[in-house]
Design a protein around this ligand. Structure first.
Ligand code: C2E
Ligand code: CA
Ligand code: CA
Ligand code: CA
Length: 276
């Protein structure tokens, strides 16, 4: 019985083999491209109920010669496992702080910029310094950055003191993909978040599934009671937007309003008066 595991490895499956080869290649390409900062970033705006810009989220994009554009859904987990995420995350933070600076200049007041953080970035002991430094370098206040964390980042108890320090520095903390983890409600109680982003899966199911609607309604009630701002992600239809507005969601993000776009394009929109 002990040998059966070994035997399994010898079964040849071309699809698995190919996937593994791609993974290994992506992993080493990632390291090289992180070193030379070859990632680009796009910005996807968020809006309030009246259609005014409230902020934008920066999302990484990666183009490779060998594989073309590779989706973050594929390479972020690889970067997370191999440790490259720390360097990538540093670029993302600087990019976000830079955009926060530019946006302030364009609209004449601060609009916060959101950036995604991976669990591994938070485990790096220098993270607080790094984040503060990114802001200082660009001359923006930490409150101009929203740090988006998923529940997977909250697994360790050690993260609580860090989040509290980040909060004290003025960073805004946002709980991303809400509803997809296992113990979301207790996180809301014990951790210093200001915002909750309702996962796209709920937004998608909402119209056909009364249970998804009930979960959203309950989430919104709790957030209201706790004084948290709510954001719905992945809003694709007018009907979803209507329903979410009626339920009291504060902010909206999704293809219905805007796809992720080059930051310059977003700044140009704002310059034309798009912030109002
Ligand atoms: P996320 O943080 O939940 O980001 C939302 C994802 O949904 C983005 O995919 C966005 O392009 C996509 N999206 C936005 N609106 C819609 C919509 O209306 N419909 C649909 N179908 N999709 C929509 P993207 O850019 O491929 O990123 C995927 C995930 O990769 C992100 O999920 C985030 O977890 C991660 N990620 C992206 N950029 C970064 C980064 O700079 N650092 C880290 N650590 N993670 C990142
Ligand atoms: Ca996010
Ligand atoms: Ca999300
Ligand atoms: Ca998501």
């Amino acid at each position: 019985a002990k040998d059966s595991g070994k035997n399994c490895l010898r079964i040849f499956d071309p699809a698995i083999e190919e996937g593994a080869v791609r993974r290994v290649k992506l992993q080493s390409l990632l390291r090289v491209d992180a070193e030379r900062n070859a990632f680009t970033f796009v910005a996807q705006p968020k809006f309030d109920r009246a259609g005014r810009h409230t902020s934008a989220e920066v999302l990484v994009r990666w183009n490779t010669r060998e594989f073309g554009a590779v989706s973050p859904a594929e390479f972020i987990p690889i970067a997370e496992q191999s440790g490259t995420i720390e360097l990538l995350g540093r670029h993302a933070l600087h990019m976000a702080a830079h955009l926060a600076k530019q946006v302030q200049e364009v609209v004449g007041r601060p609009l916060p910029i959101a950036v995604n953080l991976s669990p591994r970035q938070l485990r790096f002991s220098g993270f607080e310094r790094l984040a503060v430094h990114a802001c200082e370098r660009m001359g923006v206040h930490p409150s101009q950055l929203e740090l988006e964390l998923t529940e997977s980042a909250l697994a360790s108890d050690a993260v609580l003191p860090l989040l509290q320090r980040l909060r004290q520095q003025g960073f805004s903390l946002s709980l991303d993909d809400f509803g997809t983890g296992y113990s979301s409600l207790s996180h809301l109680l014990h951790l210093p978040f200001q915002k909750v982003k309702i996962d796209r899966a709920f937004v998608m199911d909402m119209q056909d599934n009364p249970r998804a609607r009930a979960v959203i309604r309950g989430t919104l009630q709790i957030c209201r009671d706790l004084g948290l701002t709510t954001v719905a992600e992945g809003v694709e239809t007018e009907a979803q937007f209507q329903l979410l507005s009626e339920l009291g969601v504060d902010e909206f993000q999704g293809y219905l309003f805007a796809r992720p776009m080059p930051p310059e394009q977003w700044l140009a929109l704002l310059a034309k008066g798009g912030a109002d």
